[in-house]
Every structure is written in structure tokens, then in C-alpha cells.
Design a protein around this ligand. Structure first.
Ligand code: MF3
Ligand code: CO
Ligand code: CO
Length: 331
């Protein structure tokens, strides 16, 4: 097993995540943070708990000590080893299984809150946690974004209707690893332009994924998506992006779905991130509703999105969120 430079100084903007030692449950608590000695400075963008040590820690240590730099958001892109891939495979599969499970329930007349309840119970029944629940004040398991909602639609009493298209986004935490995944659902007969938008969005994700390999740049991924989407006379949302993922939900890097070839961070095997393009039939600007979450297209045009969590491999990438039921694309 390759051990990614546990004691090495970090190089450039990359952070090598050490593999846990197999023989010691507490081994990760002995890991040195990359910057020398002293207190671990924990940037708490993603995890307020890390700066709030309490005596309730399961190990008896303070929570600040329990966290390694694999567990907190960092500016540098983390590079994971085999243990990370193993963790993400399990988390990604459960996220995909959750959306597979929902598929037969996504029918005209279903309340979005009911889908949220089904997802929450499924995740908890599988010994996992819904990552969005209580994340930054969000109080649901899913984001459900119909029609002109771009992302972060809040489940509620609203029912999905014949002709709607909706994105459902779920993130599960399994053994500390985050599986983040979303798909489009079409309710009954949908308009041809809605069908076309969904197809463009899936193709955009596939082209972004195909651009991922060691040595490629994040700008190559954005370019692959943007150039295709705009050639289809659709637009790429600028205000939301994909993100590093792993033991942190939203980590570096920001994965923009537009960009220039050869620009941006250089990819390396072991980096984990999401690609989750949001594509509009009309123009790209969005606005936030008064609830503080729901983003909609300014011009009220239809919007679609799909998302995979992936890991860069030696010869391309591994998709962690493959649908076991072959249900990724809507029928
Ligand atoms: N799953 C979303 C993503 O793809 C994040 C949702 S955060 C929430 O990054 F709080 F809105 F749920
Ligand atoms: Co997501
Ligand atoms: Co995401």
C-alpha cells in the first residue's frame, strides 16, 4: 500500500492524507498535521464542532484532537490513498442506492416532504447519516429542485406534478465519508425542451468526467462542460460549483463548470471531488429566494442538474456514485 508522505512537508497546494495504520484503532490520532508542531489550527468552514472541544468525545480526547487534517476543510486539495477510495466507494454506493430506492416513489402527486422522509429513513436504516440534515441550518435530508429551481430546493408540502422535471440531491455520510449525488427525474410526459435539457445536462456531466485524469487541469473539466452546453444553446450556472469531497462535505477545490483549457489546478491521482453542472435552458443568472436556500433562474427558464462524486485514478477517474440499479438517467 502506498503511503502518501505522512511525514513529508506538503508540496504546493496539495495535502497528502496519510493511510490509517491497520493495526491500531487510534492510529489516526497520532498523525502529525502537515504544518509543524503545536496546536492544530483548524479552519472551521465546514465543521464548527472541530473548534469546540467537549469532554463528550468517544475517545476521551477533545474533539479538536480527534480531528485530523483529513477531517477539516483546507485550502489545499487533499490526496487520498486506498483507504479513502474504499470509504468513498461505500458512501457513494449508498447515495446511489438511496436515489434508486426513491425512483418508484417519484410520481405525480407525491409530496416532496414524503420523498425526504423516505430518504432519511433509508439512510438511517443503513447505519449512515444524512449529511444535509442540520448542515449550516438546513433541516432536511434531500434537496428537491423542480423546474426553474436551480438547486437547494427545500422539501415540503409541494407535490410533484405531471410534466415536472426535478433534481433530487442526496449526501450520505458512511463511516465519515461523504457520498454526494444527484439526478433528474421526469414526472410522466414532459415537454420535449425539458427532455432535451436533461439530456444536455447528463452529457455535460459525462464530458466533464471524461476530462478527469492526472495532469489535466480543473479548467479542462470546466471547458469540456461549458463548450458543450453553450454549443447546445443552453447556459452553465456560474454561482454554484462542484467541490472537493471526502471526510469533509465541501472541501477545496471549487470545481467550476466553466473555464479555460490548461487553466486551474493540476489534477493528481487520489483527489476526490464532485462534478455537478447546473444547466439552464435560458440565461445563467440565478437569484436566491427569501428562504435563504432556494436558488431559481432569474429568467424563470428550466434548469437541470446531475452530480457524481469521483476520485482521480492513475488512468482517469472512478465514479463513486454509480447506480447499482442502472437508474442514473431518467427513463
Ligand atoms: N448536496 C449539495 C451539493 O451537491 C449540498 C446541499 S447542502 C444543503 O453540494 F444544506 F443544502 F443541503
Ligand atoms: Co449534492
Ligand atoms: Co455536491
Amino acid at each position: 500500500m502506498a503511503l502518501h508522505g505522512t511525514d513529508a512537508e506538503p508540496s504546493g497546494s496539495i495535502l497528502y492524507v496519510p493511510e490509517p495504520e491497520q493495526d491500531s484503532a487510534l492510529s489516526r490520532f497520532r498523525l502529525k498535521p502537515p504544518s509543524s508542531g503545536g496546536a492544530v489550527e483548524i479552519p472551521c468552514y465546514d465543521c464548527d464542532i472541530a473548534s469546540d472541544p467537549t469532554p463528550e468525545s468517544p475517545t476521551g480526547m477533545s474533539l479538536a484532537q480527534d480531528f485530523t487534517y483529513a477531517d477539516v476543510r483546507t485550502d489545499r486539495i487533499k490526496v487520498h490513498g486506498p483507504a479513502g477510495f474504499a470509504g468513498m466507494r461505500v458512501a457513494g454506493r449508498l447515495a446511489a442506492e438511496c436515489l434508486d430506492m426513491l425512483t418508484p416513489h417519484v410520481v405525480p402527486g407525491v409530496a416532496t416532504a414524503e420523498l425526504d422522509r423516505l430518504a432519511r429513513e433509508f439512510i438511517l436504516d443503513n447505519g449512515a447519516l444524512p449529511a444535509c440534515l442540520y448542515y449550516r441550518g438546513y433541516s432536511h435530508t434531500l434537496c428537491i429542485s423542480p423546474n426553474h429551481v436551480v438547486c437547494h430546493g427545500i422539501p415540503g408540502e409541494r407535490t410533484l406534478r405531471e410534466g415536472d422535471v426535478a433534481n433530487i440531491d442526496v449526501t450520505v455520510i458512511v463511516d465519515g465519508w461523504h457520498g454526494d449525488h444527484s439526478r433528474m427525474y421526469a414526472l410522466g410526459e414532459v415537454a420535449p425542451r425539458a427532455r432535451r435539457l436533461i439530456e444536455v445536462t447528463y452529457e455535460a456531466l459525462e464530458r466533464g468526467v471524461a476530462a478527469v485524469r492526472p495532469g489535466a487541469r480543473l479548467g479542462d473539466v470546466g471547458y469540456a462542460i461549458q463548450s458543450y452546453v453553450e454549443a447546445q444553446r443552453c447556459s452553465v450556472v456560474r454561482d454554484f460549483c462542484g467541490h472537493g469531497v471526502g471526510r469533509v462535505f465541501h472541501d477545496a477545490p471549487n470545481v467550476l463548470h466553466f473555464g479555460r483549457q490548461g487553466a486551474g489546478e493540476r489534477l493528481e491521482a487520489g483527489m476526490f471531488f464532485t462534478i455537478e453542472p447546473m444547466v439552464n435552458l435560458g440565461r445563467h443568472p440565478v437569484k436566491l429566494l427569501a428562504d435563504g436556500w432556494t436558488a431559481v433562474t432569474r429568467d424563470k427558464s428550466l434548469s437541470a442538474q446531475c452530480e457524481h462524486s469521483i476520485g482521480v485514478t492513475e488512468d482517469g477517474c472512478e465514479i463513486f456514485t454509480v447506480s447499482p440499479g442502472g437508474l442514473f438517467k431518467p427513463q
